[in-house]
Design a protein around this ligand. Structure first.
Ligand code: ADE
Ligand code: ZN
Ligand code: ZN
Length: 266
């Protein structure tokens, strides 16, 4: 009995800590949704190569949040999940915003190159695949491509449907939790409504173009739609503006990642 109580306490405390930790990325749910969309868009050949790398007991969904967990043991990777493009800018300055390749754009390119290079060891290819899967999803979270002197919205306190939160966490996971259906069913629905025309359009452009698209959404939706006030109260009106953005960004991330994998694992 005592042990059961201790166990419950541990579960409560860890889940509380998890829900309040500063925004890492899309929460695990966002990454899992992107992974399901990727799975539904891989060619058999690419699927086979992914399987060969990950082994029989793993899947894209299972490894999709590994990079967030890896930040504990490898703190030098923390800045690889985002790029701080100033909110009022409309271009990227890699020299100042991506010093020594420490940003999400450079790390996507680095992982792609490692996967393409036949000299990369099996172990390094596996790591590159795990980073690529995670960072392409992160790039599509609008607040991972901006900074307004607020750590990508992490410092912006808000109230979201009556709960104290911050703007970054609202975009990592808060909005997603309010979309119905949830989980795999949402992923399937999002994947099914992507048209062949969208698929063709979305794979065009560079990683930088995709980052600027994300950045534009941060400025024109995430920040512009904030109600006035020291601690903005976000509810239905904000959710209505944000939901289509979150959905399209998850869809784009899935299609683009499937495309990058097919290119990298020729
Ligand atoms: N820390 C600093 N800037 C950030 C951003 N844009 N996204 C996530 N974490 C950050
Ligand atoms: Zn985040
Ligand atoms: Zn991340």
């Amino acid at each position: 009995m005592r042990r059961a109580k201790t166990l419950i306490l541990i579960i409560l405390v860890t889940s509380w800590l998890g829900s309040n930790s500063p925004g890492l990325a899309w929460g695990p749910e966002g990454h899992r949704i992107v992974a399901v969309i990727v799975q539904m868009n891989l060619t058999p050949q690419t699927q086979q190569r992914v399987n060969a790398l990950l082994g029989p007991y793993n899947s894209i969904a299972a490894i999709s949040s590994w990079a967030d967990d890896a930040r504990v043991d490898f703190p030098e990777t923390a800045s690889w999940h985002y790029i701080d493009i100033p909110l009022d800018e409309n271009k990227i300055d890699l020299a100042s915003e991506c010093p020594q390749g420490n940003c999400v754009i450079a790390q996507i390119e680095k992982s792609e190159a490692a996967l393409k290079d036949p000299r990369t060891s099996e172990a390094d290819r596996r790591v590159a695949l795990k980073f690529l899967v995670h960072f392409v999803a992160d790039l599509h979270q609008p607040l991972h491509c901006e900074d307004n002197h607020d750590k990508g919205g992490n410092m912006v306190q808000v109230v979201f449907f009556g709960q104290p939160s911050n703007l970054h966490a609202v975009w990592d996971s808060g909005i997603l939790r309010h979309i119905k259906p949830y989980g795999n069913q949402l992923a399937t629905e999002l994947a099914q409504r992507i048209t062949p025309g969208q698929r063709q359009q979305w794979v065009k452009g560079t990683i930088e173009d995709w980052a600027l698209e994300s950045h534009w959404l941060a400025r024109n939706i995430a920040y512009k739609r904030l109600p006035q006030g020291a601690t903005p109260e976000l509810g239905e009106a904000y959710l209505e503006a944000a939901t289509p953005v979150v959905e399209i960004q998850l869809e784009k991330a899935g299609i683009r990642l499937a495309y990058l994998l097919s290119q990298a694992l020729q």
